[in-house]
Design a protein around this ligand. Structure first.
Ligand SMILES: C[S@@+](CC[C@H](N)C(=O)[O-])C[C@H]1O[C@@H](n2cnc3c(N)ncnc32)[C@H](O)[C@@H]1O
Length: 437
């Protein structure tokens, strides 16, 4: 069977094993799918609550997808108002890193002694399989420095879990690139937040830029899968994002993903890295224009924003889960030492719902108090009344939390309310002006 259907409170989630995509289906579509399946027909005698023509249209869609008569139906219990399990787990595999980026939200550098061992890591994958969560995204620290990275990825792929990971590319030798090329990874993300030696050095240190470009080129020569650049928008690059797009295109990236810097980890003491609200909004508006006109040389993926009028393709987010970020709604994070948390950018030990060594991930997902807190968030009244909410989803709650002390306040980079929190921070640590970059 090449599709798997998981029961959900709004109907079901259909996973396309070959295409590695989730589709969310309403009750009527699930009923049509079941009625086409011989084994289910007797067990589920409910007939779809829609007329014949509507059923035929849905049957047609499911058939085009290839799911009709080609689906395994799980027997799981749906959650009440929440997904029965996450869609994706973000796993920071290690805190070890060769770099000392000034903005690093995981505060990585030296690894911790109690990071998960290989058996515990593969146990994590077994749990994903058991709860029908088919996606793991690996970051850190630097995943390629973790001795278990390749055994872990191989095990995940063998068990049918879709793997993506993020790297700084500095450790990509020819043999690492060859090994990655032989591994069926969905996307390799490479951090790219500068466009030349100086802009790169200010965040990542001198001499890193040529090494990273060399790693990227080695990777691109061997690996034909999807390569995406990941650019964190900071004061150091906010006025020059087109140069980074051009660099990414020149080095063979398929896409570039942008994200705003979060007030977390080492970035918390580096306020000079934060663009002003006006700078950030101006940058996003320009990126959205570039995206919508289709003039960018590679695909642009932007944070949720009200400027962009053309939607990305794909299944999209699940409206039934309400507005707000995806943490605890569609995803959760596991830290290198095994802590389970809705979002790892709140810092080590914050908002944790147990540890994978003792707490099943599914239990944390369903009953964890942090998960409930993140899910219960309904945004503040200002967001709820705002015309931009559907587009921005309420912004980043982590930035709101560290700026204003509550998950429910507005993101300091709100598209509507003028906060101007970082307007006073104009100079670099060495006293220079960022405008000089
Ligand atoms: C923490 S790194 C770990 C993976 C890998 N070492 C790398 O460089 O991609 C993952 C991504 O998070 C981004 N990042 C780090 N600190 C951040 C912060 N304070 N706010 C937003 N993104 C951040 C990095 O730029 C990188 O693209």
């Amino acid at each position: 069977m090449s599709f798997i259907l998981r029961n959900e409170f709004f109907g079901g989630l259909l996973y396309d094993v070959a295409g590695k995509n989730y589709y969310h289906l309403d009750h009527a579509t699930v009923a049509v799918l079941r009625s086409a399946n011989v084994l289910c027909r007797e067990e589920y005698s409910d007939s779809p609550s829609i007329n014949e023509a509507e059923q035929a249209a849905l049957r047609n869609e499911l058939s085009t997808l290839g799911a009709l008569g080609n689906t395994t139906f799980l027997n799981n219990t749906p959650g009440e108002g929440l997904l029965s399990a996450p869609l994706r787990v973000f796993y920071d595999i290690t805190y070890r890193c060769s770099e000392a980026c000034k903005h690093c939200f995981t505060d990585s550098g030296r690894g911790e002694t109690d990071e998960l061992n290989l058996e515990e890591k593969t146990g994590l994958i077994d749990q994903l399989v058991d709860m029908a969560c088919f996606r793991v995204s690996i970051a850190g620290g630097e995943p390629l420095l973790d001795q278990h990275f390749f055994p872990f990825v191989d095990y995940a792929l063998r068990r049918g879990i879709d793997v993506s990971f993020s790297t700084n590319a500095a450790a990509v030798t020819d043999s690492v690139a060859e090994r990655l090329a032989r591994t069926n990874i969905r996307t390799i993300n490479v951090s790219l937040d500068g466009w030349d030696e100086q802009s790169f050095a200010i965040v990542r240190g001198h001499g890193r830029f040529p090494r990273v470009l060399q790693g990227i080129d080695r990777l691109r020569r061997k690996y034909s899968g999807r390569l995406a650049a990941k650019c964190t928008i900071m004061r150091t690059n906010v006025g020059h994002l087109e140069r980074i797009i051009a660099l990414a295109a020149e080095h063979g990236f398929d896409a570039i993903k942008f994200n705003g810097v979060r007030l977390a980890g080492r970035a918390r003491t580096q306020e000079w890295l934060f663009p002003t609200q006006d700078e950030y909004l101006q940058a996003l508006s320009s990126l959205a224009d570039l995206h919508d006109t289709g003039h960018a040389p590679i695909n642009l993926e932007l944070p949720a924003n009200p400027y962009q009028t053309c939607e990305e393709g794909g299944a999209g987010s699940i409206d039934e889960l309400g507005p707000g970020c995806y943490a605890a709604k569609e995803s959760l994070c596991v830290t290198p030492c095994g802590d389970i948390t809705p979002c790892s950018s709140f810092g080590r030990g914050r908002f944790t719902d147990g540890n994978v060594r003792v707490t099943p991930i599914l239990e944390a997902w369903r009953c964890g108090s942090s998960m409930s807190l993140f899910r219960a968030k309904k945004n503040n009244p200002e967001c709820l009344a705002c015309s931009a909410l559907a587009a921005c989803r309420g912004g980043c709650h982590q930035r709101a939390f560290y700026m204003y002390g509550t998950l429910d306040d507005v993101d300091p980079y709100c598209f509507k309310r003028k906060n101007r929190p970082w307007d006073g921070w104009q100079s670099t640590p060495d006293g220079g002006q960022h405008g000089a970059l």
